[in-house]
Design a protein around this ligand. Structure first.
Ligand SMILES: Cc1ncc(COP(=O)(O)O)c(C=O)c1O
Length: 339
């Protein structure tokens, strides 16, 4: 059998690693053709499932890990630990495989089986926690990750909720791409948030480019963000037991900059799932539930606009990750959603 020399193996590894990581970002921006009935408004979706691990989180994870390496916070043989709803975990597992780190990822049990299995396939260890655990419980997925990181020597926690490098990654990449791809014509940006990294980083960049830019955030019923934005208080504790995965929160993330947001809408699981399924059937765009929520928000916003406008929103991840959930008719029926 052909045996590669050690030097050739090293060169090939170096080259292919760079090629894979270099495919992060520069994702397509597509205009909705059929499901937007508002002729004065153009709606564009940025297809973040084109990133190599299948979601927008590749951008932020690559940026944070390479920054940690440069600062000596993540060393050879180290372990990357993080709490995730699956997409950040897939990005971490991919980077850990490429760069030779170990990865331990904590996830609430509502995360789809496809996402859990992908992380294992990429060689990560996963720890499942109860979705119902409140933010102050030691069993909450964030607290579990903090504990694990404190117990393992030579570990690094990405800390996506509170790390300013998270919105910075979007300020430096996603925001400029949207500005360039619309040739500066974008007038509104819509994105639901969890860590808030996407909306805060993109919104900041676009507002610096155009002072009249408007930023709107859809938020799931059960999340605390909507009430916090409207009243400045956390009156009702969110429980995050809604089924849409990856947006809304039960605590305020430091990466989330509410001063960037002009308005928020509340959406239901049904809004998100029905719109995601419509996107797939009518536009051929096979995205996750948060992509559905974002497009639902963009359509709700479009309805209020009288002048010509250009709305950009995000499809954060791939529908394949939810085949056992809202793309499954039986699951929809079992969970009392209409199809
Ligand atoms: C599917 C999905 N959509 C949207 C988001 C929200 O992105 P951000 O954390 O940048 O607010 C996430 C975050 O985990 C996600 O997994």
């Amino acid at each position: 059998m052909f045996k590669k020399s050690l030097l050739l193996q090293i060169i090939l590894k170096y080259m292919s690693n760079n090629i894979l990581l270099n495919t992060i970002g520069n994702t397509p921006l597509i205009k909705l053709q059929k499901i937007n009935p508002y002729f004065n408004v153009e709606i564009y979706v940025k297809l973040e499932f084109f990133n190599p691990s299948g979601s927008i989180k590749d951008r932020m994870v690559k940026y944070i890990i390479e920054d940690a390496e440069a600062k000596g916070l993540l060393k050879k043989g180290g372990t990357i630990v993080e709490n995730t709803s699956g997409n950040t975990g897939a990005a971490i597992a991919m980077l850990a495989a490429i760069k030779g780190y170990k990865a331990i990822l904590t996830m609430p049990d509502k995360v789809s089986i496809e996402k859990q299995s992908s992380l294992k396939a990429l060689g990560a260890k996963i720890v499942i926690t109860p979705t119902s655990a409140p933010p102050d419980s030691p069993d909450h997925y964030v607290n579990t990750a903090i504990r694990i990181a404190s117990e393992i020597p030579n570990s690094f926690r990405v800390n996506q909720y509170d790390n300013p490098k998270n919105p910075e990654a979007h300020y430096l990449t996603t925001g400029p791409e949207i500005w360039e791809q619309t040739k500066g014509k974008v007038t509104h940006f819509v994105a639901a948030g969890s860590t808030g990294g996407t909306i805060s980083g993109v919104g900041k960049y676009l507002k610096e480019k155009n002072k009249s830019m408007k930023v709107v955030m859809p938020d799931p019923v059960g999340s605390i963000y909507y009430d916090y934005f409207k009243t400045g208080k956390i009156e009702v504790h969110g429980n995050c037991t809604y089924q849409v995965e990856g947006v809304g929160e039960d605590h305020i993330a430091k990466a989330m900059d509410f001063s960037i947001v002009d308005d928020m809408y509340k959406f239901t699981d049904q809004d998100a799932f029905s719109t995601a399924r419509l996107l797939a059937i009518e536009e051929g765009i096979f995205g996750g539930g948060t992509g559905g929520a974002n497009v639902w928000g963009a359509l709700k916003l479009a309805k209020t606009l009288k002048e010509h406008a250009v709305i950009v929103t995000i499809i954060p991840d791939n529908g394949v990750k939810y085949l056992s959930k809202f793309y499954n008719d039986q699951w929809m029926k079992d969970n009392n959603y209409s199809i």
